[in-house]
Structure formats: C-alpha cells, structure tokens
Design a protein around this ligand. Structure first.
Ligand code: KG4
Ligand code: ZN
Length: 360
C-alpha cells in the first residue's frame, strides 16, 4: 500500500486567510485568520482590503500550519492552493504565495477549485464514496451537484439569483445585526417566533430544483420598514422574529428542493443515495436539523461535516489537492487565478456575480 500524500493547503478566495496540512484524510493542522473586524465598518467584504490582508497574513498562516503539524516544508508531497473562483485579488495573493513556496522547495503545485474543496469535504470527514448528491450552499454559491469523482460534477439545480449566505448577510444588515450575517441571524432566530411574519418560499411551487432568494430579501425589507415606520425602530424581539421568519423560509426552500434533487438523483443513480451538505450556510443548525429529518424519512444517508470544515478553510483545499495529485494532476508557474470557474463545465452559467465573487 502506498503512503498517503501529505499536502499543504492555502485558501484566500474571500475573507478568510487559511493554511492547513492534511495527510490522506487526517487533518494535521488547520489555521484560519478571519477578517471580520477589517470589513465591519463597511457592511460587507471590501475586495481591496481583503486582498491586502491576505498578502500580509499568508506567510504567518502557512508558518503556523506547518508548526502545528510539526512538519517542515520538506516533509510534504505538494502544495495545493485555491486558484478560483473568488475575489481576484485574494486568489492572486494565495497563488503567488504557493508559487513562491513551490519554487523555493521544489514541491509540486496543485491549483484547486474552491467549490471542489467544499464539494469533496464529506470525503475528507466521512470518507464518503462516490457518487453522492451535494448541496453546496455558501456566501456566493448555491447548487445541487452530483459528485462522481474529484473532477466529475453535474449541476442539477441552483439559485437563479442570490445565494442563501448572501441573503443571510443582507438580512443581518437590514436588521442591524453584525456581519457575517449567518451566525448572527441564526443566534437572533433562537429567541424569535417564526410564525409572526409570513415570508414567501420562492419557486417552491415550480418544478425542478432551482431556487431564488432575492424576493425573500425584499419581503424582509418591507416588513422591517413597516415596523420602523410604525414604531420608529426595531426591538430585539422584532429582530428575533424577523430572523426566525427569514431562516424558516430559507430552511423550507432548501429542504423541499433537496427532496426534489434527491428524486432527480435517484432517477440517475437508483441505489441507496447519500446526501451531503457543505459551504458556510451548512453550518446553520436549523438547516442541518431539517435536512437530517428529511433524509431520515427518505432512507438516505446524510453527511454534514463539522462546522469548522463547512465554512472556508484550507484543509478542504489540501484534501482536494491530494485527490487531484493522486490522479496525476500537476500545475506549474503558469497557474492563473480564475475569478469564475464553474464545477460543471456543461451547465449553463448561473445569473450574475455576487459581492463575494462569481456565483458559478
Ligand atoms: O463557505 P463560506 O465560508 O464562504 C464562501 O465561500 O462564501 O460561506 C460564508 C457564508 C456567509 O454568507 C455566512 O453568513 C454564511 O456562510 N454562514 C452562515 C452560517 N455561518 C456562516 N449562514 C447561516 N447560518 C450560519 N450559522
Ligand atoms: Zn466557500
């Protein structure tokens, strides 16, 4: 049996600077430097500030990841780096850092698709065999994928406008809750009454597994404005009720569309299905719980990676690099950052481009 590959992973496509060392499916270290404080005053991620912070922090982050893994660079088999999709300045910082390390050490360089990193995470955490159905749901993305290999992805549906993470972030902004919006809306929702507001479940009555979240955001805006006009501001209970209503609507849409995606998946792969989630929004406990119940009722195995491997991290990049390298993939100094890089090259492009980069 050949020894498992050990790779350094580097991630800098949005607002987290991350480095990790992974051996096979064992995470030896995973370091994430967040940038929340740097962007707090602006209500969202500012690409130039993010890129500069990545450039400043990457060296320290890599050093810490190697220290925590207790390995010198020379003990590794390669360097995997996010080469897209994402904010171009950040991706460029990571790719330049990885190229420098590769040139200095002679280690092979592997460019990884950030979305592939998320999509392969259930194999790192649970050794999930191919094929499986994946809901990739983050700040910039929302798609159902059939994952049949490390570079074999079929998109069977996705958002036609906003990504749910983006909707969580916008909702937090509207309600005066801190960024990133996902965790703060989730926390506020715990004290809220989800039934006080009847928010729409967009596209729920349409066939297929495409989704839409921009109308929901408009509904939150209207409900908030009505309260502000009436009472002059939002009380903590208003914030909690609006958060709970919003989160329930997102959860219902993701759950019903997952049911449809599982039907579509079963038509292609009739054996007992496995369903996995990944991406920052997959850290949401209410969403995880509802999907757990759905899968139990459908006799489907459900894999939800630990929260720290759902949000952006470099262990997933190192792991995707390991699978690519084992299959013979190598990059060289011509590796270029790609702001847009769809996983399923056959699928029609999704609409638009979010604040956090291209959507598909
Ligand atoms: O995957 P990720 O870390 O970065 C992207 O590639 O986008 O996802 C970040 C997104 C943000 O929009 C954040 O608000 C959302 O994931 N998020 C959550 C939660 N934690 C992070 N959304 C809902 N509930 C959470 N607990
Ligand atoms: Zn991500």
């Amino acid at each position: 049996m050949t020894a498992p590959l050990t790779l350094l992973g580097i991630e800098s496509s949005c607002d987290d600077t991350a480095a990790a060392v992974v051996r096979g499916t064992q995470v030896l270290s995973s370091v994430v430097y967040g940038q929340t404080g740097l962007h707090a005053a602006f209500g969202g991620v500012v690409p130039e500030i993010a890129a500069r912070a990545h450039a400043e922090k990457l060296d320290h982050c890599v050093e810490q990841a190697l220290d925590e893994a207790n390995l010198p660079l020379s003990a590794l088999d390669g360097i995997a780096v996010t080469a897209g999709p994402g904010l171009i300045g950040g991706v460029l910082s990571g790719v330049m850092c990885a190229k420098g390390l590769s040139a200095a050490s002679g280690l092979p360089l592997i460019g990884v698709n950030h979305l592939a990193g998320h999509a392969l995470t259930p194999r790192l955490t649970d050794q999930l065999p191919y094929p499986y159905l994946m809901l990739l749901v983050s700040g910039g993305h929302c798609q159902f994928l059939i994952v049949a290999g490390h570079d074999r992805f079929t998109r069977i549906g996705g958002t036609i406008d906003d990504a749910p993470g983006e909707a969580f972030d916008k909702t937090a902004r509207l309600l005066g809750l801190p960024q990133p919006g996902g965790p703060s809306v989730e926390q506020a929702a715990r004290m809220g009454d989800a039934k006080r507001f009847a928010f729409p479940r967009p596209l729920l009555n349409q066939p297929g597994c495409d989704m839409s979240f921009s109308g929901l955001k408009t509904a939150i805006l209207r409900a908030r404005n009505a309260i502000v006009t009436d009472k002059g501001g939002l009380t903590p209970q208003d914030q909690a009720d609006l958060s709970a209503g919003f989160q329930a609507a997102v959860t219902d849409v993701l759950s019903e569309k997952t049911r449809r995606a599982l039907d579509a998946y079963l038509a292609i792969n009739p054996q007992k299905p496995s369903f996995a989630i990944a991406g920052g929004v997959a850290a949401n406990v209410a969403i995880r719980d509802q999907l757990t119940v759905l899968c139990a009722g459908l006799d489907t195995d459900f894999v939800a990676p630990p929260l720290c491997l759902c949000t952006d991290n470099a262990a997933m990049i190192a792991y995707a690099g390991i699978e690519q390298m084992a299959a013979g993939a190598r990059d060289d100094m011509t590796l270029s950052p790609r702001p847009r890089w769809p996983l399923d090259k056959q699928a029609a492009p999704m609409l638009g481009s979010g604040k956090k980069g291209a959507k598909a």
